[in-house]
Ligand binder design. Structure first.
Ligand code: GRF
Length: 214
């Protein structure tokens, strides 16, 4: 058994994914520690979730910084104090610069509401509906300097049915996300999935396609 990973979760809003990770830890399913929750938004509800569970939190408001470089540097300094094994982006609505990503290379994960490489960026539900897609999904990927472009580790998918609205997809997507992030972290904590120099290993073999979680 590996040492339980130290996680820092970065949020900007509701923090329902953060909650799913907290719940998995508290129920004993996920051997991990959330060393801190960090938000760029002082009003993020996820900060309340953290305090309800006695998890340290830090708000670093991007509006207090004159440019991205300075913000990223301050964020990096803050995060280093918590000595994280992994940074988990969970609705963190900031683009991180290349220097920041290099400082935590192969240790940053993001959850994105689409079947990457399709639908990078924002408004993925609207765009999938407009394009008449038969299905949509969620990806968890390693963060690289290319936005939503790092290697995909896990994916979950769901059908789009006639009459579906953006809210319907959002609800289905969130339910899936709340299973996916904890499950992936369980696999990481067990060593089933390992990230070695940027290569994602699955049962000690390089991953050839994203692991399916549904
Ligand atoms: C999630 O839907 C995730 O896919 C996206 O941001 C949303 C965050 O939701 N990156 P929450 O704050 O975890 O509720």
């Amino acid at each position: 058994m590996k040492k339980p990973p130290r996680l820092v979760v970065l949020i900007s809003g509701n923090g329902s994914n953060l909650q799913s990770i907290i719940d998995a830890i508290e129920s004993g399913r996920l051997p991990a520690t959330i060393a801190a929750v960090v938000s760029n938004n002082p009003d993020a509800y996820g900060l309340t979730r953290a305090s309800k569970h006695q998890i340290p939190s830090v708000t670093l408001d991007h509006r207090d910084f004159s440019d991205r470089e300075q913000y990223d540097q301050a964020l990096q300094n803050t995060l280093l104090k918590f000595d994280p094994d992994y940074l988990l982006l969970a609705g963190f609505m900031r683009i991180l610069g290349a220097n920041f990503i290099r400082a935590f290379e192969n240790r940053i994960l993001n959850i994105h509401p689409s079947l990457l490489p399709a639908y990078k960026g924002l408004n993925t539900f609207q765009r999938a509906l407009q394009n008449g897609e038969p299905e949509h999904g969620v990806s968890i990927h390693l963060v690289t300097a290319e936005l939503d472009g790092g290697p995909v580790i896990a994916q979950g998918r769901y059908d789009i049915v006639p009459g579906d609205s953006v809210e319907d997809l959002q609800t289905r997507g969130h339910q899936l996300e709340h299973r996916m992030y904890p499950q992936l972290l369980i696999w990481i904590s067990e060593g089933v999935i390992d990230i070695e120099n940027g290569t994602i290993m699955h049962y000690q073999q390089p991953l050839t396609e994203p692991v399916n979680i549904n």
